[in-house]
Design a protein. Structure first.
Length: 308
């Protein structure tokens, strides 16, 4: 039997197997056919599609009905490529090394009410935003006046590290119901290469409002081509993910520790601290409060840039 006939036979067996029929493939195709059957069951394990996403897809599909369609390829012609694809997916999904790689580089980490998604390929066709303004602020108190959540700062820093700058970052082109600034960035530095992230803290307000309604940031996306490692972590009792980004030879990799704390999505970036050191800093994040001696209750006190 030549390759063409073998591919055609496998295609027919695969069609029948996916329809629920019992088939008896040759011994060299049995394992591959089993992989295909397991892959076919994957959609049943996925969560339900969100209605808003379904409407967008259907709207785009309806728009495409008026466009000329290319001639439909015959299923049999795709069988050889399908066999190779299923084999590769099978090796990835059903072998221990493959499961490890997929868990790290094609994973979804649930961190409270939002998720970090690491996808095999970068998303396409989405909206793109450009920075409209980076406003350098005099203090964290000034930043606090711009947002409706408690700004968090680390209570303990590694030796030699001090707050150097506070920046409010705003984006243009985003929906009006997303408040600006989009995030706050606090830069902590020690002696050393000024071109590196010594310790950068970014804070995103989790809740965004539209009239009487409240929406929430649901997911932060990273492409796996930019991520060399992804690890489950805990900041105290809060689930977190530590991403190690791909770097050029001779350049320290950027580590990104992400978690949700209250109504804030927190991200720590560093090229100089280890993952353990970043976790130690993250464990001390707080909106430090002191008692007002005048009896006016409590107020928040933060360090100002360069005062440590």
């Amino acid at each position: 039997m030549n390759e063409k006939h073998a591919a055609w036979g496998f295609s027919q067996a695969l069609d029948r197997a996916l329809m629920g029929e019992a088939v008896s493939p040759p011994a060299d195709e049995a394992a591959l056919l089993g992989v295909a059957q397991r892959l076919a069951r994957l959609p049943q394990l996925l969560p339900a599609v969100e209605p808003a996403f379904e409407r967008r897809v259907l709207a785009r599909a309806a728009d495409g009905e008026s466009r000329p369609r290319p001639a439909r390829l015959q299923w049999q012609a795709l069988a050889p490529a399908l066999a190779v694809l299923l084999l590769l997916l099978g090796l990835g999904l059903f072998t221990p090394p493959g499961r490890t790689v997929l868990a790290e580089l094609a994973a979804r980490f649930h961190l409270g009410r939002f998720a970090v998604q690491v996808t095999p390929q970068p998303g396409g066709g989405g909206e793109s935003f450009v920075v409209a303004a980076q406003e350098l602020l005099a203090s964290v108190e000034e930043a606090q006046a711009l947002v409706d959540y408690d700004v968090l700062t680390p209570q303990v820093l590694p030796p030699g590290y001090a707050l150097r700058s506070v920046t409010a970052v705003s984006y243009e082109g985003m929906p009006v119901w997303i408040p600006q600034p989009f995030y706050l960035e606090l830069e902590y530095r020690a002696e050393g290469d000024p071109g590196l992230h010594h310790l950068t803290l970014r804070e995103f307000g989790l809740a965004v409002r539209e009239g009487e309604y409240m929406r929430r940031i649901r997911q932060v996306d990273f492409a796996s081509r930019d991520v060399s490692r992804a690890e489950d972590m805990f900041v105290g009792e809060m689930p977190a993910v530590l991403l190690t980004m791909v770097s050029e030879p001779g350049v320290p990799a950027v580590r990104r520790l992400i978690w949700q704390q209250g109504e804030v999505v927190v991200e720590l970036l560093s090229q100089t601290l280890s993952g353990e050191e970043m976790l130690s800093v993250a464990a001390t994040m707080s909106n430090r409060r002191i008692t007002d001696p005048a009896g006016a209750g409590s107020r928040t006190q933060y360090p100002t840039p360069n005062d440590q």
